[in-house]
Write a protein that binds this ligand. Structure first.
Ligand code: DX5
Ligand code: ZN
Length: 226
């Protein structure tokens, strides 16, 4: 269990896109800490979601921080657009370009928090020399591109490695993919403090279910391992 505060970040990839603004307002009202925004380009990942204009529109429906997960390559060209469209945290993939340090500096130059995401096959050691340049590490617990996939158990070992690498630094440890109330406790015990959840919160797109589902993940994540 981490000393960092638990944050629940519902992913709007599982929203009803025809009612995207209402869905964002609903997860805000239901107690989300962050709004997790998945941006996919059909190149870095085999799926396409939406771009900065759509994000800027829904940004007006909530004051909650926007946790923007960029699954795009190249990424540097688009950092400014997402910063201007209301991102608070901008997370890029370590695998998305050859100059990660430069990319992180570009995010911070926009006045935003800088995150790095790692695909399941990427070792945490790629972060060793950029730790002073990151505010958040995102460990993917599925291969990025789609909601509704199964959590990869090896992620627990990787979270522990990332947690050790972070040490006492003020860096959040986020996990994304297949997260639910059933595995949140094990994931928290491995050191994660920011929990992305798409289908386990927004699945079915019934706003009356969002608050109890967010609370269920929060309760599980906050339970201290016996
Ligand atoms: C996957 C995205 C996730 C996705 C998670 O590439 O990064 O944020 O929305 O969806 P679930 O929680 O359904 O696995
Ligand atoms: Zn994501």
């Amino acid at each position: 269990m981490s000393a960092r505060p638990i944050r629940i970040a519902p992913s709007i990839l599982s929203a009803d896109f025809a009612r995207l603004g209402e869905e964002v307002a609903a997860i805000d009202a239901a107690g989300a800490d962050y709004i997790h925004v998945d941006i996919m380009d059909g190149h870095f990942v085999p799926n396409i979601s939406f771009g900065p204009a759509v994000m800027a529109s829904v940004r007006q429906r909530t004051q909650k921080p926007f946790d923007v997960h960029l699954m795009i390559a190249p990424v540097d060209l688009y950092i400014s657009a997402f910063a201007k469209s209301g991102a608070d945290i901008i997370t890029v993939h370590a695998e998305a370009g050859p100059h990660l340090h430069r990319t992180l500096q570009a995010i911070r130059a926009e006045g935003k928090k800088a995150g790095v995401a790692l695909n399941p096959a990427t070792p945490v050691s790629v972060l060793q020399h950029v730790l002073d340049d990151v505010d958040l590490i995102l460990i993917m617990s599925v291969n990025p591109g789609f909601g509704g996939q199964s959590f990869i158990p090896e992620t627990l070992i990787k979270l522990r490695q990332a947690n050790a690498l972070i040490g006492a630094r003020p860096i959040d440890l986020e996990v994304d993919g297949g997260i639910s109330a059933e595995n949140a406790r094990a994931v928290a015990d491995a050191g994660a403090n920011v929990f992305v959840a798409g289908s386990s919160i927004l699945g079915g797109n019934d706003p009356t279910t969002y608050a109890p589902r967010i609370q269920a993940v929060r309760t599980a994540a906050s339970t201290i391992q016996a």
